[in-house]
Design a protein around this ligand. Structure first.
Ligand code: ADE
Length: 246
């Protein structure tokens, strides 16, 4: 997979892309990142990438031409990429978006900075993505977050110990609680069931815990689930228990 990123601040990507799993994935040639500074695609002597808004108002607006030209350059690499614009106005990026994008061979991400884009830039892209309902100084951090979430899903990137199969959100549930040694720490003990060696019971307990945790912290996620009668019963019981305790 190739991910090309159009940004005015390519140096921002050095830390996240040169460490840990993303670094290893590049060494293994599973992913190639290319950073393109669209200031290099300006034609004027001041290398201007933005300008004042028509109609007045504060802040600067990114000009369409440097981004268009840098995108044409990025598209010289085949196959035809899916082009993504990072913006708080985009569709919310979710785990299922990561899974879908992980099937693409070539992505181009456009990172804006400053106040906004000339609206015509939107006509160059296939998809607009936001990583949450907050405003960042630019699309770079969003591009890093999205790249990380995609690359860890590519076959061969995670070893078996790091497998993505049990990730939170994979089944629209949050992760179950995990424990490691020691069995007792600061008067807190590991749940007995996890020491039992009974795999079927452990699996059932984990599913239960994931359900309870999701119901408590992210009840919105349960709406998309097809819960069995038994699971619904479990949630009713735990929610009642909680009410009785308070
Ligand atoms: N650019 C600025 N804020 C953003 C956000 N929340 N998501 C994606 N791109 C952004």
């Amino acid at each position: 997979m190739i991910i090309q990123i159009l940004s005015l601040f390519p140096e921002m990507f050095e830390g996240p892309f040169q460490s840990s799993i993303l670094k290893r994935a590049q060494e293994q040639k599973i992913i190639e990142f290319r950073l393109i500074n669209f200031r290099d695609f300006t034609l004027d002597k001041h290398r201007m990438v933005d300008d004042i808004p028509y109609g007045g108002g504060s802040g600067m607006v990114l000009k369409p031409e440097p981004i268009y030209r840098s995108l044409q350059f990025a598209k010289e690499t085949k196959p035809e990429p899916k082009v993504i614009l990072l913006t708080p106005q985009g569709e919310l990026f979710k785990q299922h978006t990561a899974r879908q994008l992980a099937t693409e061979e070539h992505l181009v991400m456009i990172c804006g900075h400053y106040e906004g884009f000339d609206e015509r830039i939107r006509t160059f892209v296939d998809l607009e993505l936001s990583i949450g309902d907050f405003v960042l100084t630019g699309g770079e951090l969003a591009a890093m977050v999205i790249s990380d979430a995609i690359v860890r899903l590519l076959p061969g990137v995670l070893g078996s110990e790091e497998s993505a199969v049990n990730d939170s959100f994979t089944e629209n549930l949050l992760d179950y609680p995990q424990y490691t040694r020691p069995v007792e720490f600061a008067d807190l003990t590991v749940p007995e069931i996890l020491l039992s060696g009974h795999h079927a019971k452990i699996e059932a307990w984990r599913k239960e815990q994931a359900l309870i945790r999701t119901a408590a912290r992210r009840p919105d996620l349960l709406e998309g689930l097809n819960l069995s009668e038994q699971e619904k019963q479990l949630l009713r019981q735990t929610l009642n228990l909680k009410l009785n305790q308070t």
